[in-house]
Design a protein around this ligand. Structure first.
Ligand code: G4P
Length: 557
């Protein structure tokens, strides 16, 4: 049977070549390949980085190299560069940060690339964790002047802890920065990931001559294009000529490569796939230097989807009946339609729009007529999808993060990681006449995981919001006002630490006025402490009480 796979619509509008033409080009006829072969040509990954390290620029350049946009500036127009294609929320535009995640699909060298966007800011780590549960690998982008920044260390650690294969890109080498040897040392020390440079810079940051491809020993030189708008022309130069033409820069680079050889920093596929080592590439997303090498590595080195483990650690074969799980829920992406989209990562089988699947948590049949590739506020119908692909189910308000969907044999995938909240605030509606909207908004934000909503099991009706970062509260208030017309007042509580507890310990804790016990939406009881002092005292005096850290679940995919 011949099937048509259509990819994200927004890109069509971004292309300088005009929408119609791009739609025609993007409509690919899926071959007669079976599910296993279709899976094998997919690469599903996320780019993780500290804000400003260059994630957006790199994404844009990937699209340029994949031929999805004719000119890089078409994506992120000059003068309005902050309004990137993936930033659709008004608040994102105002603040210049990427809060929400979207999914891009494009083809490159015959592979279907699914690139899942992640918010760079630590305050939205939880959203990033969810996205990481849906990818098979990640590209870590570091600014060569800054290295691993403390605010984002946690994100990289989670990636590492999930044993996710990570490619590293040392970006912004076109301008002054730190010694790359020092940086690879830092990566290894801070996140325990052993960088294995595949390319190595010739010249210092700010005087970037090109890279040595350590596999061939050749110098690759790049020609600049204005603001990197077009693909850079590359020239391969043999070592002898490179030595004559680049002099001491070449000599330093070859000496450093000899050092890397000595310490065994060679590309090692096995440890890369185990999430222990990271092939490293050097370049400059802005000028396109090294972008092609990195994109090639996504195709050549990053893993294709494989049989996924379910909650009972059984593997569901790629060609088993359709299955997938919801890793993200987002409402009101399209303000005109007030919709509700559940993003499903396909794990096995072939998804066909219109098929009826089972919704794991309710056991009820679930129709998939409204399946779309979603990109910001734009969407286009998806008819067919394979393992590794992401399907947006529109108006799927019954679906929650972590829910499994399947055809035939039931499957439950492991729960999506959640973070230990560190900030708490009570929330009140400022306008009694909008109370209904306030409640709806609260439920919506909790379902999406924008914040966690805690309630007092003993009856105090004022809900408490729990978050990892302050900006989550800001997004909450902003969206409640924008989307539900409900103005709210948040008052921070003095609590700083949360521990998971049980009903028995909760009853005992009621005698302690400085500890508050609240219930999360999923029923988990949380004991909130104002300082580590009381927690430590209780732990010392009552070792039998249940006070467990809420750790991020880091089960490998
Ligand atoms: P993010 O998504 O990770 O937050 O970063 P983004 O790509 O938006 O890049 C942040 C800034 O860094 C941008 O500059 C971008 O142009 C610049 N940048 C990205 N890659 C490189 C690179 O390889 N070399 C250099 N020199 N700069 C790079 P901006 O000043 O915020 O915007 P604009 O003035 O360039 O529009």
């Amino acid at each position: 049977m011949k099937a048509t796979y259509r990819s994200a619509a927004t890109l069509d509008r971004m292309s300088a070549t005009g929408p119609r033409q791009v739609v025609a080009e993007a409509e690919e006829t899926a071959s007669e390949l079976g599910i296993v072969d279709e899976s094998a040509r997919r690469r599903t990954f996320a780019i993780i980085s500290h804000p400003d390290a260059g994630k957006t620029t790199l994404t844009e350049k990937f699209l340029l190299y994949a031929g999805r946009v004719a000119e890089a500036g078409a994506v992120k127009a000059r003068g309005n560069r902050r309004r990137v294609v993936s930033d659709w929320m008004a608040m994102e535009r105002q603040r210049g940060i990427s809060i929400t995640s979207t999914v891009l699909q494009f083809t490159y060298r015959g592979s279907v690339i699914n690139l899942l966007d992640t918010p760079g800011h630590r305050d939205f780590s939880e959203d990033t964790y969810r996205v990481l549960s849906a990818v098979d690998s990640a590209v870590m982008v570091l600014d060569v002047a800054k290295g691993i920044e403390p605010q984002t260390l946690k994100l990289f650690e989670v990636c590492r802890a999930r044993e996710l294969p990570i490619l590293t890109f040392l970006n912004k080498y076109d301008r002054p920065g730190r010694d790359p040897l020092e940086l690879i040392d830092e990566i290894e020390k801070l996140i325990g990931l052993r960088p294995t440079p595949v390319t190595w810079p010739v010249g210092i940051p700010g005087d970037f001559r090109g890279v040595i491809d350590r596999r061939s020993g050749e110098l690759i030189r790049f020609a600049r294009t204005a603001r990197g708008a077009g693909i850079s022309v590359e020239e391969s130069v043999d070592p002898q000529r490179a030595s004559q033409e680049e002099g001491s820069a070449w000599q330093t680079a070859t000496e450093e490569c000899a050092l890397l050889d000595e310490v065994g920093s060679d590309l090692d596929l096995k440890s890369f796939l185990a999430g222990e080592s990271s092939p490293l590439f050097v370049g400059s997303a802005l000028t396109n230097f090294g972008v092609r090498h990195l994109l090639d590595a996504v195709v050549d080195l990053a893993p294709a989807p494989s049989a996924r483990q379910d909650a009972s650690r059984e593997h569901r074969a790629l060609d088993a009946a359709f299955s997938g799980f919801v890793f993200k829920v987002q409402a009101n992406m399209d303000p005109a339609h007030r919709d509700h989209v559940a993003f499903v990562r396909v794990c096995s089988g072939r998804f066909e729009r219109g098929m009826t699947v089972t919704h794991g948590s309710t056991g009820r049949p679930f129709g998939t007529k409204h399946a779309a590739a979603v990109f910001g506020s734009e969407r286009e119908t998806i008819d067919i999808a394979y393992p590794g692909d992401v399907v947006g189910l529109v108006n799927a308000s019954d679906l929650h993060i972590g829910d499994s969907l399947y055809a035939d044999n039931p499957v439950t995938f492991p729960p999506i990681p959640s973070c230990a909240p560190e900030l708490f605030a009570t929330v009140r509606s400022l306008n009694v006449s909008r109370y209904k909207q306030f409640r709806r908004g609260l439920a919506q934000m909790a379902q999406e995981g924008v914040i966690q909503v805690l309630r007092d099991p003993n009856g105090d009706p004022v809900p408490v919001l729990a978050a990892v970062g302050q900006m989550q509260f800001e997004v909450f208030s902003f969206r409640l006002a924008q989307e539900f017309g409900a103005q709210v007042e948040l008052s921070a509580t003095p609590h700083r630490i949360a521990r998971r507890t049980d009903a028995q310990t909760a009853a005992r804790l009621s005698a302690w006025s400085s500890v508050r016990v609240l219930a999360r939406e999923d029923g988990m009881l949380l004991a909130l402490f104002e300082s580590p002092y009381w927690l430590q005292r209780l732990e010392a005096d009552h070792p039998d009480w249940t006070l467990e850290p809420i750790t991020v679940s880091v089960a490998p995919a």
